[in-house]
Design a protein around this ligand. Structure first.
Ligand SMILES: [Zn+2]
Length: 255
């Protein structure tokens, strides 16, 4: 049976609950504009607004051997990282952060001139070391999750990206073993198979920038592009002409 505490202890409890609530609110809210409420400014509240919405999905691999290790990192206040969803090797989907909240997964980033991808994206971690293939059941679960997210967010097909795409100097996830082509076939991401040659005057570096890659880091951007879109072996790499054709084709797919 639940016993209520003595009446004389309840005010103290209420005080600490109120204090905790105020501190939590202060931590969660972004500071307001300096001078708001001053005599020469005005704040006229409008009822016409809702929550900001993600317009990108960024995929990661955890680099961990198991979900438990990944969860320890993604929920530790000391680590300062988080994710909206974690998809385990057996297809279990765990949600860690509300879709309308800003999870801390992309870090310093760039895509098409945007430098705060955490504010614009839903992050998904895949339970994977980075050196193993992705089980069919895990990709099936991921595709179902993306379909579910699509019912709430009108995310353009070209905006399903790798962490490596938006942070090419720091990150290389998900690995080259990730089946982007399968995702694209389901409508999440773009893909080109056997593209036609690009026009002679087409500049592949400008093409990468137009896709969204960071023009300040052209070599890293090219590496990230190859990781995501080029399916060739080290022994038989794609030719420069083939890569240029691919970039040209992807640009057309992204519009
Ligand atoms: Zn990552």
């Amino acid at each position: 049976m639940f016993l209520r505490p003595p009446c004389h202890k309840r005010p103290l409890r209420r005080f600490f609950a109120l204090l905790a609530s105020l501190l939590l609110t202060a931590c969660l809210n972004v500071p307001q504009r300096e001078g708001a409420g001053a005599s020469n400014t005005g704040w006229i509240p409008s009822p016409n607004f809702d929550e900001r919405r993600a317009n990108y999905v960024i995929l990661h691999h955890t680099s961990d051997d198991n979900v438990t290790d990944a969860l320890n990192t993604l929920t530790s206040p000391l680590k300062g990282v988080s994710i909206h969803y974690l998809v385990s090797r057996d297809g279990t989907i765990l949600q860690l952060v509300d879709e309308n909240r800003r999870a801390w997964h992309a870090g310093a980033s760039w895509w098409g001139g945007q430098t705060d991808m955490n504010s614009a994206s839903i992050g998904i971690e895949l339970d994977n070391t980075g050196f193993e293939p992705y089980p069919d059941i895990q990709i099936t679960a991921l595709t179902a999750l993306l379909a579910d997210i699509a019912t709430r967010h009108n995310i353009p097909r070209a905006n399903y990206l790798a962490h490596a795409d938006v942070a090419p100097t720091r990150k290389s996830d998900p690995s080259a073993l990730f089946p982007w082509e399968r995702l694209a076939a389901a409508g999440f991401g773009i893909w080109c198979e056997n593209p036609a040659p690009a026009p002679e005057n087409f500049d592949p570096r400008l093409g990468l920038t137009a896709l969204g890659y960071d023009p300040r880091q052209p070599e890293a951007a090219l590496t990230a592009f190859r990781l995501h879109y080029v399916r060739r072996t080290v022994e038989h790499p794609a030719t420069a002409a083939e890569e240029t054709a691919l970039i040209h084709c992807l640009l057309q797919e992204s519009w």
